[in-house]
Design a protein around this ligand. Structure first.
Ligand code: PEP
Length: 254
């Protein structure tokens, strides 16, 4: 049985006061909900603050990116070892990094390997752009991103992949449950072809793209969808707590 994960990506939003308030609100609302791994990923500069604000809580901490090397002349980057002192999880290959900052499959692969070697838990993002879906290239894109991201890495059980169609991120236009389920099955098949069916069964695959409390059940009630990566709705205590609560309920329904 794969444990569900709900991870919040705060992107470049919040201030230190908002970060403190969000952490306080989330620990109050989420600590009583189990059977869901709850993760928040604040901006780098607030990680220390968030770590202190979440100390002793079941809400875990992640970062939004990581460099592939430690102790290196790479201005502005954060290496995996220094990150591991503060967080457990790290988002890698988010579509905003791929498409706004030119992150390639090769960079994603190096980051996944370096993060794992440092003891971090990557949340590796994959997803097609609208024009790729419309051109019938969704499967090709996902197979390529999944394979190149994982190839050559020692993938642990429970590894997390987030399927995030680019056209659904921050648009208010979520995919349907059916599309998410079909596409996630493509990703899981590719993981199986690369790492074997047993390993693929342990890998958690999340959906991401305009998730909110009102639509999360549509995704997580489906067999192959193990949770969500949440952007906008993770910045509101009520919305994020609602998503976690709905997920816990959906995953305990017989
Ligand atoms: C994201 O940034 O990963 C995301 C899914 O954003 P949103 O929930 O706002 O669509």
């Amino acid at each position: 049985m794969r444990e569900a994960v709900i991870a919040g990506n705060w992107k470049a939003y919040t201030t230190s006061d908002v970060c403190r308030a969000l952490c306080g609100g989330l620990r109050e609302r989420l600590d009583s909900i189990d059977r869901v791994e709850k993760v928040v990923c604040p901006p780098f500069v607030y990680l220390m603050l968030a770590r202190d604000a979440l100390a002793g809580s079941s809400v875990r901490l992640g970062a939004q990116d990581v460099h592939w090397e430690d102790d290196v002349a790479a201005t502005g980057e954060i290496g995996p070892k220094m990150l591991r002192e503060l967080v457990e999880y790290v988002i890698i290959g988010h579509s905003e990094r791929r498409h706004q900052f030119g992150e390639t499959d090769e960079m994603v692969s190096r980051k996944v390997k370096a993060a794992l070697a440092a003891g971090l838990r990557p949340i590796m993002c994959v997803g097609e752009k609208l024009e790729e879906r419309e051109a019938g290239k969704t499967e090709d894109v996902l197979v390529r991103q999944t394979r190149r991201g994982l190839e050559g890495a020692e993938i642990p059980d429970g590894f997390i992949i987030a399927y995030e169609p680019v056209w659904a991120i921050g648009t208010g236009r979520a995919a349907t449950g059916e599309i998410a389920e079909e596409t996630i099955a493509v990703v899981r098949r590719e993981v199986a072809s690369l790492l074997g069916a047993d390993k693929a069964e342990t890998v958690r695959i999340l959906y991401g793209g305009s998730v909110k409390p009102e639509n999360i059940a549509e995704f997580v009630s489906r067999e192959g969808i193990d949770g969500a990566l949440v952007g906008g709705a993770s910045l509101k205590v009520d919305a994020f707590a609602g998503i976690v609560r709905e997920t816990a309920q959906a995953k305990t329904r017989p």
